[in-house]
Write a protein that binds this ligand. Sequence first.
Ligand code: MSP
Length: 642
Amino acid sequence: MPSKHFYITTPIYYVNDIPHIGHSYTTIAADVISRYKRMCGYDVFFCTGTDEHGQKIQRSALEKGMTAIELADKTVENFKSLWKVLNISNDDFIRTTEQRHEITVKQIFERLMSQGDIYKGTYEGWYCVPCETYVPESSMGDGKTCPDCGRPLEKMTEESYFLRISKYEKDLLDYYEHNLKSIMPRTRYNEIVSFIRGGLRDQSISRTSIKWGIPVPGDEEHVIYVWFDALINYLTVCGYPDGDFMNRYWPEARHFVGKDIIRFHCVVWPIMLIALGINPPVTVFAHGWWTFEGEKMSKSKGNVVDPFEMADLYGVDAFRYFLLREVPFGLDGDFSEMAMVQRINSDLANDLGNLLNRTLQMIKGYRENVVPSATTLEDLDLEIKTTMELTLKEVETNMDSFAFDEVLKTIWSLISRGNKYIDQTMPWKLGREGNLERLDTVLAVLYEILSVSCLLIAPFMPETAEKMWIQLGQEGKPLEQNLAEYKWGSQMKNATVNKGNILFPRIDMDKWKKEKEERDMSKGIITDPGDHEEEVEIDYFKNLEMRVAQIVSIEGIPKANKLYKIGIDLGYEKRTIVSGLKENFSEEELLGKKIIVVCNLKPAKLRGVLSNGMLLAASPKGKEELALLTPDRDIPLGSRVS
Ligand code: MSP
């Protein structure tokens, strides 16, 4: 067994929701690092799972007319099948409703209780049910809402067990001062350290108001708070308190989490561990959040990216590649299908696809598929060799800091270098001139670039790498190769290539646009409503004086095809406005209509007529249609819109 160990986890996902792009993102990233480390000879333990207790699940089950466990049993299958589709190579999958977990949680609770790190008290506070967390008054949003999700908070008072967080404040700060990489990226490290410096309060870790959870040992009125329960999953899978896995993997534990859940992972969790006499994880890496085409994803907007659909439409590997290439792992990013299609066409079909096709075509044409050996390496070849060696090193460094986008950029610059090398060496010319020795070297160098690229992309795109490996005429699987032992020239011995199907066919943009529009329409999504403005404060809106008015007169304006001069009655005064309705409405249609007018716009002259206000109308993007905004019932003229 290898002597180097590597333990990586994803958060365990709530089972009240269908899996979406956020879940896929962390899990794919954890899969990539696991596969890479395995290729580097590490003994890897990669775990994911589901978080199945708590109020959120209980409520969601109730709404669906199910019991909590029925809901969990159903949803967990969605996660498991998504991980299969996305080619996730996890070694364990934990459900917090499993017995092994319940035993571990109770054991830890009892131990912390017996050593005085858990005590009983009362808790009163504002609670956010969807986020399963109390919100301090100082961070509540307007109207007592949750600062994270914006939903209304509920006042709760309950007897509760508390974890003595405050006692360990100093230990935690000491730990972070000596372990600068224990929270990544650096901005998150700073954020957490300053949060701790602001002072820590004991954390309530039990609830009497709900039933769906692990009961507090010896006090069954209480169930253990879902976060206390959930965090322990990372130890359960290691067989805590003892056992081989604790020794092998725990010292090498790394957690990937979204930026929204780092306080639990970087404050509560390490304190639980310190109290248990266990070292905190080596690293908690907080990645950013995806928005969808500029907007926060939400079920109500219908803009949640469905990973099953993406994998089905574009292929699993393209989806995996895009997520990790498009945005640096620690930053927020925007998901757009258009951007994904562009990447598929440029990086995958063009850069990678071309290098493979051109090279294999030449080996086939000039050498009947047998890979030649290099003879004398010229300066240009030596430069490529050095680039390749540097690439391997850079990939290693960037992988170790989880800079997946940088890793991919580095691999792609080698691939681009390969394409450029073909243009520089012009193998077809060498063939024509009969310079076969040089031609052999050039083909061998190109083959070498492809072999290394194939190995390096294997953790990101396992299926593609496998197909490439077969086309390159290699035995076994790329993921079974040892990257640490890779040496220039080691792959090419007598290989016979098999030029095969195109890895990534180019996507025709016009066809794609049409198909996307149809897809969106069938889902009831209006394609690209466009024109999103910046968010504004409510006062900005309040400054607009909009009132109900009635159209009392109407006439055309000479030489203005689109404009009407409209007399309106606001109840308290009459005014004239000019509006571009002529192409859409007849005078008869408009006369007498009640409309909404912005009254405090600066007057403006249009075709010589002073317009004192603006009426409101809506039109779909890019279309000529127009609809007037009118009050839906009789209401006095001059009534204000708010
Ligand atoms: N159950 C807790 C985690 C407990 S771990 C001991 C939980 N579950 S979750 O299902 O709500 O979220 C899981 C992860 O998905 C979080 O890391 C969160 O950051 C991530 N994401 C949810 N939406 C996301 C995006 N739109 N983009 C990226 N990640 C996002 O929290």
